[in-house]
Design a protein around this ligand. Structure first.
Ligand code: BG6
Length: 478
C-alpha cells in the first residue's frame, strides 16, 4: 500500500474567534462572533446585538490563545505538528472594517504567532476569514450583500499577503464558503442580519441576498488570488468547502437522483467557481427557478475566471442520508443533518461517524478537481473527563481519528494527491453550532466551562501522545 508523501502536512486547525479571546484587546473591534451567546445541544444560541448581562458570550474569552499562544504552539510542536491551520481575526486588523490604516497592534500579535511557529518549523496554513468579520461590516455596510465589502476585504487580505509574503505559503481566503447555501450562515459568514432573527441556528432568510453575498465573497476571493500572485508567485490558495457527503437512504432511483442534485448544488457550486472559474450549469438553473438573480458583471466573470485556487481543502465530519420518502429517525451534523443511517454509529451530538465516507469523498473530489487536496477539518466533539491526576482518557477520539486516517491512506493508495491533514480543534475550543466548551475536539484539554469558569490550564489527553506517534511514523503507526 502507498505511504503518505514524505512531506505530508500533519497538523491541527483552529479559528481565531474560537480560541483567541481578548476580544477588545490591543485595538480589536467587535466581531460578529462576539455577539452570539452560549447555547447547547437543545438550547439555540441567541444573537444579541445589545450587551445583555444575563448572557455569556463564549468567543470573547474563548480559550485565551491570545495570551497562551507560546505554550500552545510548544504543545503542537511537542506533538510533532508539521502544519498549523489558523485564522486571522479581521476585526483585529481592521477594527471597523473600513479604517484608513491597519491596526499595528493586531498585526504584531500575528507576527509573534508566526515567529513562534517558525521556531518549531511548523508551516502556517492561514484562513483569512473564518467567522471573525468586524461587526461594523454588518452594521454600517449590511454585510457581504454590499459590493463595497469586496474591496474592504481585498484591502485587509492584501495587508496580510504583503506582510507575511515570506512567511506564509498556504492561504485559504474563506472558511467553508459554501455554508452560505444555508440560512444558518447569514450572520457568521455573510455578516448580514435579517429582520426578526433571534437564534443563530434559525436565522430569517432572504435567499437572493444570501446568494448575492456569496457571489461577492467569491469575487473577493478571486481578487485576492490575483493580488496575491503578484506579491509572491509561490503562494498557494485553497478553496475550503464544508463537504456534506450524501448517500441515498434507499436505492430507489428518486433517492439517487436527489442526492446527485444536492451534491451538485451544495458541494460543487463554490468549488467549481473557485477552482474552475465559473458557475456550474445546474446551479445557475436552480437559481433561476428560485428567483435568485446574481449581480455578476462581465468584468467580475473575468475576475472569477482568472483568480482560481490551486488546491482543494474541505472539512469532513460525517455523512448524511437523504430520501424522497419519509423517515422519522433524524441525525444532526455539521451545518445540516439527515436521516439516520442504520450502518453508522453517532457521536454524543448525533453526528454520524463515517470514516469510509472520507475515502469516498477524497476520490470524488480528486476526480473532479485533479489538484492537491488538504483535509483542513476533521474530528469528533465529545465530553471529556479531566481526572484528578491531570490525565484525560479519550479512546473514542483516538478511534475516530485512527479510522479516518486509515481511510485516507487507502485513498492515497487509490491515487489521490493528498497533501495534509489538519485535525479540527487540536486544542479544545468554543463550538460554533452550540457555543459550548464541553463539546471538545482537542488533543489538549483546556480548563474552561460553559459558564466562563476555569483556569485556562492546559492538559495533555491520551490522544495527544497517540497523535504524536502517528506523526512521527508518517501515519504508519495507528
Ligand atoms: C466547521 C467550522 O463547520 O465545523 C468550525 O469550520 C466548527 O469552525 C466545526 O467549529 C465543528 O462544528 P461545531 O459546531 O462542533 O463547532
Amino acid at each position: 500500500m502507498k505511504e503518505f508523501c514524505k512531506d505530508f502536512l500533519w497538523g491541527g486547525a483552529t479559528s481565531a474567534n474560537q480560541v483567541e479571546g481578548a476580544y477588545l484587546e490591543d485595538g480589536k473591534g467587535l466581531s460578529v462572533s462576539d455577539i452570539v451567546t452560549v447555547g447547547s445541544h437543545t438550547q439555540p444560541r441567541i444573537i444579541s446585538l445589545e450587551q445583555d448581562e444575563q448572557y455569556y458570550y463564549p468567543s470573547r474569552e474563548a480559550v485565551d490563545f491570545y495570551h497562551h499562544y507560546k505554550e500552545d504552539i510548544a504543545l503542537f510542536a511537542e506533538m510533532g505538528f508539521k502544519a498549523y491551520r489558523m485564522s486571522i481575526s479581521w476585526a483585529r486588523i481592521f477594527p471597523n472594517g473600513d479604517d484608513e490604516q491597519p491596526n499595528e497592534e493586531g498585526l504584531k500579535f500575528y507576527d509573534k504567532v508566526f515567529a513562534e511557529l517558525k521556531k518549531y518549523d511548523i508551516e502556517p496554513v492561514v484562513t483569512i476569514s473564518h467567522g471573525d468579520i468586524p461587526l461594523a461590516i454588518m452594521s454600517k455596510y449590511n454585510g457581504w450583500i454590499n459590493k463595497d465589502v469586496i474591496d474592504l476585504y481585498v484591502r485587509y487580505a492584501s495587508v496580510l499577503l504583503e506582510r507575511y509574503k515570506d512567511i506564509v505559503r498556504y492561504w485559504i481566503p474563506f472558511n467553508e464558503i459554501n455554508d452560505m447555501f444555508f440560512p444558518l450562515s447569514t450572520l457568521g459568514q455573510g455578516a448580514m442580519l435579517e429582520k426578526g432573527t433571534k437564534y443563530f441556528t434559525e436565522q430569517k432568510d432572504d435567499p437572493n441576498a444570501r446568494f448575492n453575498a456569496l457571489n461577492n465573497m467569491m469575487i473577493a476571493s478571486a481578487k485576492t488570488v490575483i493580488a496575491g500572485r503578484k506579491i509572491n508567485e509561490n503562494f498557494h490558495f485553497g478553496t475550503m468547502i464544508c463537504h456534506i457527503t450524501r448517500y441515498p437512504r434507499t436505492c430507489h432511483p428518486d433517492d439517487v437522483l436527489l442526492v446527485l442534485k444536492h451534491d451538485l448544488y451544495y458541494n460543487n457550486t463554490c468549488a467549481d467557481v473557485m477552482m474552475k472559474g465559473e458557475y456550474p450549469f445546474y446551479t445557475l438553473n436552480e437559481f433561476a427557478k428560485i428567483g435568485v438573480e446574481l449581480s455578476l458583471s462581465a468584468e467580475e466573470k473575468a475576475i472569477l475566471k482568472e483568480g482560481t485556487c490551486d488546491y482543494y481543502t474541505f472539512s469532513y465530519y460525517q455523512s448524511i442520508s437523504e430520501s424522497t420518502q419519509k423517515f422519522d429517525d433524524q441525525t444532526s451534523g455539521n451545518i445540516m443533518g439527515g436521516i439516520k443511517n442504520p450502518y453508522l454509529k453517532e457521536t454524543e451530538w448525533n453526528w454520524p461517524i463515517d470514516p469510509v465516507g472520507l475515502r469516498y469523498t477524497l476520490l470524488k473530489v480528486y476526480d473532479r478537481y485533479r489538484c492537491p487536496i488538504m483535509i483542513t477539518e476533521n474530528g469528533i466533539g465529545c465530553v471529556d473527563k479531566l481526572e484528578e491526576d491531570g490525565s484525560v482518557h479519550d479512546p473514542y477520539r483516538i478511534d475516530y481519528i485512527k479510522d479516518h486516517i486509515q481511510e485516507m491512506r487507502k485513498a492515497v493508495d487509490d491515487g489521490v494527491d493528498l497533501i495534509g491533514y489538519m485535525a479540527w480543534g487540536c486544542i479544545d475550543l468554543v463550538s460554533v453550532s452550540t457555543g459550548e466548551m464541553r463539546k471538545r475536539y482537542g488533543f489538549i484539554y483546556v480548563d474552561r466551562d460553559d459558564e466562563g469558569n476555569g483556569s485556562f490550564k492546559r492538559y495533555k489527553k491520551d490522544s495527544f501522545y497517540w497523535y504524536k506517534k502517528v506523526i512521527a511514523s508518517n501515519g504508519s503507526y495507528l
